[in-house]
Design a protein around this ligand. Structure first.
Ligand code: AHR
Length: 528
């Protein structure tokens, strides 16, 4: 009897499982209703003086035997150029509110301390000129965070004059003497960092009072960035925004936006930042490698909260800024896990797995869907820290699964969002149920349609039937990223465990059928 029951059960499983897998997911794309621009700045990066993010990750010094250009490692520059990094936020993070720029220019660089991140020596060998050189080498724009916490408006104002003045002021001459006669371009200015916490534990009102001073006095003198130039060329100022969904954070957004609505000529902001890490609980306890499906599902459930967070703060911003002049700038986000065993806990070292690739794609999709308000984002962080693009160990370098997602998403930079509708289905593990697939689409400047589809389900492939109303598609080509396990990682010894593969889908009767591997991210361009 028992064996008859078992055979019957097996038979039912055998009959139902392939049917479930074979069920096609219908995705339709409506190119006739273009949405907002998916600003390239959504793919921004964050590089803080923290652990080996700057020192060893970017800067090895001109005398290093690691191949470098003026002290900046060549392998890292080559890898980052392929991502078309739009902007880099620097020098922090918490570090920014204790950073004094004068210590990082000229021949004599005093050693200071980095109390936030391990209390290590900060040699100041990577300073303003080295950062701007790095940006120049990778082709990115500067997002400087000024020290609003322990610095003064005067110190920050002088930094900006040093960087941007074209006239022969003493500071401009000092810049020229230090090797850069032409004024620098500073695209974005962060007015403090987490001023409600490591940036000075301020109340919204106290922050507003200080922020207005910095907004007014910290001027950009670059002739190419003056108010008579197009807005896209001017320096945009980004105020400290919320760090979560609770009332403490909604109150913060209310206060800043209410003040902004009544702002006068003497101060303004163009963006409000939002910081949100996928961490589940503090202190970060999830392992970045060596985990299973339960942790995969839990982390992805948590990361999807980004949607509600963005919508909650956007709704408040809409009340005071219905024209969406002030952007929501998610300038710190990503997975934050337990430090790798044996690493300095203050260095925030973690591995980067296939789970992070899926996490990155899901967040980028959320940002793109809210691109009318979310016009900039910076993943934390670029190299060797938290959810990094790149890991280095002395002369060795490895590209992470997150790096490959950013590379695959390059066609979305400055593309026009196109609405996609689909019934995502569900993926269930234990008591967690998640959407099984996620998809976005956008048209690039040349008119080519790009589609990104993530199969969240780690166990089942997904067959997608893509209907492209109005487009006579022949095929779709691109890349897909998956790996044997949810915690598969790239290491210095095995760097190709999680790398994209070429992907082709043929069209039939105007529809494309895409067969996606379990736990995969796929980006295709539609060929007509
Ligand atoms: O990215 C690490 C830290 O996280 C940043 O310095 C800080 O702004 C945030 O709390």
């Amino acid at each position: 009897m028992r064996s008859l029951f078992c055979s019957l059960t097996l038979l039912i499983v055998a009959v139902t499982a392939p049917m479930a897998a074979a069920q096609k997911i219908q995705v339709s794309i409506d190119v006739s209703k273009p949405g907002a621009k998916v600003d390239r700045n959504l793919f921004g990066q964050f590089a803080e003086h923290l652990g080996h993010g700057i020192y060893e990750g970017i800067w090895v010094g001109p005398d290093s035997r690691i191949p470098n250009t003026r002290g900046i490692r060549n392998d890292v520059v080559t890898a980052l150029k392929a991502l078309k990094v739009p902007n880099v936020r620097w020098p922090g993070g918490c570090f920014a509110d204790e950073y004094h720029w004068r210590k990082g220019i000229g021949r004599e660089r005093p050693a200071t301390l980095n109390p936030n991140w391990g209390g290590v020596i900060e040699p100041n060998t990577f300073g303003t000129h080295e950062f701007m050189d790095f940006l120049d080498q990778i082709g990115a724009e500067a997002y400087l965070s000024v020290n609003l916490g322990s610095g003064t408006p005067q110190e920050a104002a002088e930094w900006l004059e040093y960087l941007t003045a074209a006239q022969p002021t003493a500071l401009a001459k000092e810049r020229a003497a230090n090797g850069h006669p032409a004024p620098y371009n500073v695209a974005f200015l962060g007015l403090g960092n987490e001023s409600w916490d490591c940036g000075g534990n301020m109340t919204p009102d106290y922050y507003l009072d200080r922020m207005k001073l910095f907004s007014h006095f910290v001027r950009n003198f670059n002739p190419d960035q003056q108010p008579d130039k197009p807005k896209s060329q001017q320096m945009l100022k980004i105020a400290v925004g919320p760090g979560g969904a609770e009332s403490r954070w909604t109150d913060w957004t209310e206060s800043i936006m209410k003040a902004w609505q009544a702002h006068t000529w003497s101060w303004d902001i163009d963006g409000l930042s939002l910081h949100s890490y996928t961490v589940v609980k503090w202190p970060p306890a999830y392992a970045s490698v060596g985990f299973g499906e339960t942790e995969y599902a839990q982390i992805l459930k948590s990361t999807l909260e980004m949607k509600d967070l963005v919508e909650k703060h956007s709704a408040i911003m809409d009340k005071y800024d219905p024209q969406k002049k002030v952007a929501l700038v998610v300038d710190e986000w990503g997975g934050w896990y337990a430090p790798l065993p044996g690493s300095n806990p203050g260095f925030l070292v973690q591995q980067n797995s296939l789970r992070d690739a899926v996490l990155a794609a899901l967040n980028l999709n959320i940002f793109a869907r809210h691109a009318d308000r979310v016009r900039m984002a910076n993943i934390a962080q670029m190299i060797n820290v938290l959810q990094a693009m790149i890991l280095t160990d002395k002369e060795k370098m490895v590209l992470t699964p997150t790096y490959y997602v950013y590379k695959m998403y390059v066609p979305f930079q400055d593309a026009t969002f196109v609405p996609v509708s689909f019934d995502a289905g569900t993926y269930t593990h234990g008591d967690i149920t998640l959407p099984r697939v996620d998809a976005i689409a956008a048209k690039d400047k040349a008119g080519k349609l790009w589609v990104a589809i993530t199969n969240v389900d780690p166990n089942q492939s997904a067959e997608i039937e893509l209907a492209l109303g109005g487009i006579n598609a022949k095929s779709a080509t691109g890349e897909t990223l998956s790996a044997p396990k949810v915690d598969s990682v790239n290491t210095f010894d095995a760097p190709n465990t999680v790398v994209p593969k070429a992907f082709v889908a043929k069209a039939q009767d105007g529809k494309l059928t895409l067969k996606l591997e379990p736990k995969s991210v796929t980006v295709v361009g539609v060929e007509q």
